[in-house]
Design a protein around this ligand. Structure first.
Ligand code: APR
Ligand code: PHB
Length: 385
């Protein structure tokens, strides 16, 4: 088999890259180790930045997003038992859209299948040679295949096989807590997202649809999900999210899991003909809701750069790929770290640290300049600058 770009991984990064390349007349083959059903059901993040939504629209894959996505014009910071609204749209003229990552994935898979372009699920033992470049793998039927290509895109997430091929410096930071996330059959208890600072730990109220809530609790990184019965989860959410006039709607818990929190940046993001994008190159803690948006921003840059090279023989954009992406990535790393530090209770944190967090929260809630900075980062910095 031969293609122009071999893409490893069918998450938002790999699928969006394949789609953008196709719009630019460039062939690719996407290799995914899981089944279609698995990737379409995997519950992940759910906040799309303004530039992400615009790009999905421009790329013609936003019909369902425009029908079913939930536009949000503000978020709440809840502390001292009261809400302090950050008016995203009034402050920036832009908004965010709540739409599950797996819904984006479903829409991109549907577009790929409708176009009749190669997307191979349940492949195994993907191996690559970034210099030749060449990718080999075993297809779903058990046959070993060779895929010759001009470039390889490593879009295979944080535990993939591509990143280890890059001779890189890995900047990493582990946070001393994790998030327990639940998807519940309960209507949102408030029309907007609520980021809560509480002495028992951070809590987040989010949603997926008018019938489904997404909720998170800060827990210890070694916490076992089996120790969290549904009753215990609702009790703890009730305590942390308590505020005057607020009633937490409860219902059957459809899914629950624990995610550890890390910041990772791989520099550089390329080796020979291999380019990394999305979680394969960097991870942010979920507090700023940046993970999927960074993945989409990377592949927009990569698609433009590969297009310039493969169509016109221009290598300047490819040469600048790292620098272009890493500027945005480090901004998002800082923002995510800052939101995380302001809102979570670190083990062993003293009264001084809690006073600092509250001073920062009160400042963001009362200063238009500080709120605008949060809002500008939250709705997403423009892709074209
Ligand atoms: N071979 C083929 N596919 C692989 C391999 C492999 N060896 N290893 C991993 N994959 C697949 C995974 O099964 C997954 O479908 O690569 C895909 C990577 O997708 P994501 O993990 O969703 O990563 P990305 O597309 O970069 O999107 C980043 O995902 O984890 C969230 O918070 C993160 O929202 C962010 C988004
Ligand atoms: C989510 O809805 O899953 C979500 C929302 C906001 C975040 C993280 C996750 O910061």
């Amino acid at each position: 088999m031969r293609t122009q770009v071999a893409i490893v991984g069918a998450g938002p990064a790999g699928l969006m890259l394949a789609h953008l390349l196709r719009l630019g007349g460039i062939d690719s083959v996407v290799l995914e180790r899981r089944s279609r059903d698995y990737v379409e059901r995997r519950v992940r993040a759910g906040v799309l930045e303004h530039p992400t939504v615009e790009l999905l629209r421009e790329a013609g894959v936003a019909d369902r997003l425009d029908r079913e996505g939930m536009p949000h014009h503000g978020i709440s910071l809840r502390f001292d038992g009261a809400d302090h609204r950050i008016a995203l749209s009034d402050l920036t003229g832009r908004s965010i859209t709540v739409y599950g990552q797996q819904e984006v994935v479903k829409d991109l898979i549907a577009a790929r299948v409708a176009a009749g372009e190669p997307l191979l699920f349940e492949v195994s033992d993907v191996m690559l040679d970034p210099a030749t470049p060449l990718v080999t793998f075993t297809d779903a039927g058990g046959t070993r295949q060779e895929l010759e290509c001009d470039f390889i895109a490593g879009c295979d997430g944080s535990h993939g096989v591509c990143a280890p091929h890059v001779k890189a410096t890995v900047h990493a930071h582990d946070y001393p807590f994790a998030w327990l996330g639940v998807l519940a059959q309960a209507p949102p208890s408030h029309s907007e997202l609520i980021y809560t600072h509480h002495e028992r730990g951070f809590a987040l109220h989010s949603m997926r649809t008018p019938e489904i809530t997404r909720l998170y609790l800060q827990v210890a990184p070694d916490e076992r999900i089996d120790d969290w019965s549904d009753d215990r989860i609702w009790d703890e959410l009730g305590r942390r999210l308590a505020a005057d006039g607020f009633t937490l709607a409860t219902g059957p818990i459809l899914e629950k899991g624990i995610t550890t929190m890390r910041s990772v940046v791989t520099e550089p993001m390329r080796q020979d003909h291999l380019f990394l994008a999305g979680d394969a190159a960097h991870i942010v803690p979920p507090t700023g809701a940046k993970g999927m948006n960074l993945a989409i921003a990377d592949v927009w840059v990569l698609a433009e750069a590969l297009g310039a090279y493969l169509r016109e023989g221009r290598s300047d954009l490819l040469d600048a790929y790292d620098e272009t992406c890493l500027r945005r990535v480090w901004r998002a790393e800082h923002f995510s770290w800052w939101m995380t530090s302001m809102l979570h209770q670190a083990p062993g944190a003293d009264d001084f640290q809690r006073k600092l967090q509250l001073a920062q929260l009160r400042y963001v809630a009362s200063s238009e300049a500080a709120a605008t900075s949060l809002a500008e980062n939250y709705v997403g910095l423009p892709l074209r600058r």
